[in-house]
Design a protein. Structure first.
Length: 468
């Protein structure tokens, strides 16, 4: 569909000022793609304000083209054009004699959806994927399918005595300061469907509403590299990344990720995605990478993390196997953003990138970790990049950044230490070397009993290249 036709469709049903907003983002539309016309939705009804939202979503989903500005403009114009409109418009009358009646029986109404949403929701292939998945149903996840290899960096805090200390992932001072990663994405053959009621109304629903998801499964393996060989397993993870292709009424997210980690952690995270391919794409990518929070220091009160960043000293004369040693840290904490910037700066050009931003999450650890080292506040971002190397060769690059907090060790602002004197901030100087006489004192702050332990950041970044 050309941008001119999209402009005409939008103007034909709401104020033309919406299309002016769309025009500002017109370069982002796929000018070769064919979009839905009025009457092409499932029930064949005439276009109205709700169809604009449906068509806008189809353009955005199928062609990954409309910008956030268009979505905001359409929503604003829709509200202005019909302030009384409600979510009951999710339901439409089933045409008499329609073969859809048996599938949606009970009310004479059915869920309103675009032809594109219907094609994705009704895809029911054999195990071999026949018939083929309709174009666009995987959304941005289609770019992930395949095998990616590369390297990454991780910093974390671990329980040591007498106080936790920071570690860089690596087995020894003589090994590489990064780890080696393989990440494989495989399409899920089939369409998961969730069923519910319109407007999430469980007493007087207008019709049944479904959510359709398309996605990929992934396997992640991270190992330490040493003398050109892969050794110690650091991390293994299985999961799925799902595209919310037909959201029903759950339209607050477009991409969700679910993962299982053998140490006893499961998580879910949700967010949105966007495509950038206009203007100075390289500069925009660098700015997006810089915006992700990769802070390595705890924000809790009375902390002096830099005083506890190194591994325990190996006593002189004690022989420790290389994989029982721990990697040294740089004299100063690294800026983790630099590990992401460097591969991008080395590229001769960045033609486009898709950002999958997943800031919302829930994490469920096993009973041991729930009490010993509880993970919280997990956030991640994935960048799928089309770029050219210094020789002008095209390549696909995947970068990601992840950060979570891990809660363990008693908060230092929630202890009382007889014989020691607090400073002007209410903290004991150098208390971590004098903890023997201290005791927990929840009366110092109401939050001491609600959150008794220090939150330590665990930060991970990686850059991978598509090899298959």
């Amino acid at each position: 569909m050309s941008f001119t036709r999209a402009h005409h469709l939008l103007c034909s049903v709401v104020a033309c000022r919406v299309a002016v907003v769309a025009a500002a983002a017109g370069a982002m539309l796929d000018t070769d793609a064919a979009g839905p016309a009025c009457g092409e939705n499932l029930a064949g009804v005439a276009c109205d304000q709700d169809d604009v939202q449906l068509m806008q979503r189809e353009f955005s989903v199928k062609h990954r083209g409309l910008s956030e500005a268009v979505a905001g403009g359409v929503a604003a114009a829709r509200s202005s054009a019909d302030p009384s409109s409600s979510s009951t418009s999710q339901c439409v009358d089933i045409p008499p004699g329609s073969d859809k009646y048996e599938d949606w029986r009970g009310s004479g109404k059915m869920q309103r959806m675009t032809s594109f949403e219907e094609s994705c929701a009704s895809w029911n292939p054999s195990a071999k994927g026949v018939p083929a998945r309709p174009d666009g149903c995987l959304g941005p996840l289609e770019q992930l399918v395949g095998t990616w290899v590369g390297s990454g960096h991780a910093y974390t805090y671990v329980p040591t005595l007498p106080f936790p200390s920071m570690r860089r992932q690596g087995p020894s001072a003589t090994a590489t300061p990064w780890y080696n990663e393989t990440l494989v994405f495989t399409p899920i053959i089939g369409t998961p469907i969730n069923k519910g009621y319109s407007d999430n109304n469980h007493l007087h629903p207008g019709c049944r509403v479904e959510q359709a998801l398309h996605g990929v499964s992934y396997t992640q393996e991270i190992r330490i590299g040493y003398k050109d060989e892969l050794h110690q397993l650091l991390h293994h993870e299985h999961g799925m990344i799902m595209y919310n292709v037909m959201p029903g009424w759950d339209d607050n997210w477009t991409v969700g990720r679910m993962g299982v980690i053998p140490r006893g952690i499961t998580f879910q995270s949700y967010g949105d995605h966007k495509l950038v391919r206009d203007g100075d794409v390289k500069e925009q990518l660098l700015n997006e990478l810089s915006a992700f929070n990769l802070d390595l220091l705890s924000k809790d009160k009375c902390m002096d993390p830099l005083g506890h960043v190194g591994p325990p000293q190996v006593p002189e004369g004690v022989d420790v196997h290389i994989f029982d040693r721990e990697a040294k840290l740089e004299p100063e904490l690294a800026d983790m953003h630099n590990y992401l910037h460097e591969p991008v700066q080395l590229a001769s050009a960045v033609e486009s990138f898709t950002k999958i931003d997943l800031p919302l999450s829930s994490v469920a650890p096993n009973s041991f970790l729930q009490n010993a080292a509880k993970p919280t506040n997990f956030a991640s971002a994935i960048f799928i990049e089309s770029l050219k190397d210094q020789d002008g060769n095209a390549k696909q690059q995947l970068q990601y950044a992840q950060r979570l907090d891990v809660e363990f060790f008693q908060r230092l602002d929630c202890i009382t230490c007889p014989g020691l004197t607090r400073d002007e901030t209410g903290c004991y100087p150098n208390v971590t070397k004098q903890l023997d006489q201290c005791f927990v004192d929840n009366s110092l702050d109401p939050t001491c009993s609600e959150k008794p332990y220090i939150s330590w950041p665990h930060v991970t970044v990686a850059t991978l290249t598509k090899v298959a």
